[in-house]
Design a protein. Structure first.
Length: 168
């Protein structure tokens, strides 16, 4: 009986450990896809519907002003900005350290090599894993963009949200 209990506890500990470790291989595969420079390699890691919802919310918060409703974007304009921004090329540009924001024009070409600035990987919560891309050598909260991966089932992760710097 003690042997069975010990094996059961060991199995539970192994599952808990794998549950906590599981974003590491997915993020490593994502980073390899980014290093390839091919947008089609990044596509499988994206939860497009969640990203579109996240970007649309950001655009509404960033550009619509309660004090001046005449400057507010129409739903069609928000959708247009969202559709043009949620693309694998955008993620490649972010990972190369290019500062991007929905509503601004994207560069035509990808820079060579990896980002010259620090990139940090960490858990935000048990359900969210983040890749923080700093936009210069200074590692401050207002000087970074974050790619947020959310758990998709028990052991898979998908890029589901962006966090942008609000500084000019």
């Amino acid at each position: 009986m003690k042997l069975f209990l010990g094996a059961f506890l060991l199995a539970v500990a192994g599952l808990v450990g794998w549950y906590c470790y599981c974003p590491v291989p997915v993020i490593d595969q994502f980073l390899a896809a980014v290093a390839s420079g091919k947008p089609e390699a990044v596509q499988p890691f994206m939860d497009v519907a969640s990203l579109q919802q996240n970007v649309a919310e950001y655009v509404r918060l960033r550009y619509n002003q309660a004090g001046n409703p005449s400057t507010n974007l129409s739903p069609d304009q928000v959708d247009s900005i969202t559709d043009s921004f949620v693309a694998p090329k955008t993620i490649l540009l972010m990972m190369k350290g290019v500062k991007l924001e929905p509503g601004n024009a994207l560069p035509d070409s990808l820079p060579d090599g990896p980002s010259p600035y620090p990139i940090d990987r960490h858990y935000e919560s048990p359900e969210v894993y983040a890749i923080d891309i700093y936009l210069s050598g200074a590692q401050t909260p207002d000087n970074k963009m974050s790619l947020l991966f959310e758990r998709n089932g028990w052991f898979d992760w998908k890029l589901a949200a962006f966090r942008f710097s609000w500084s000019g």
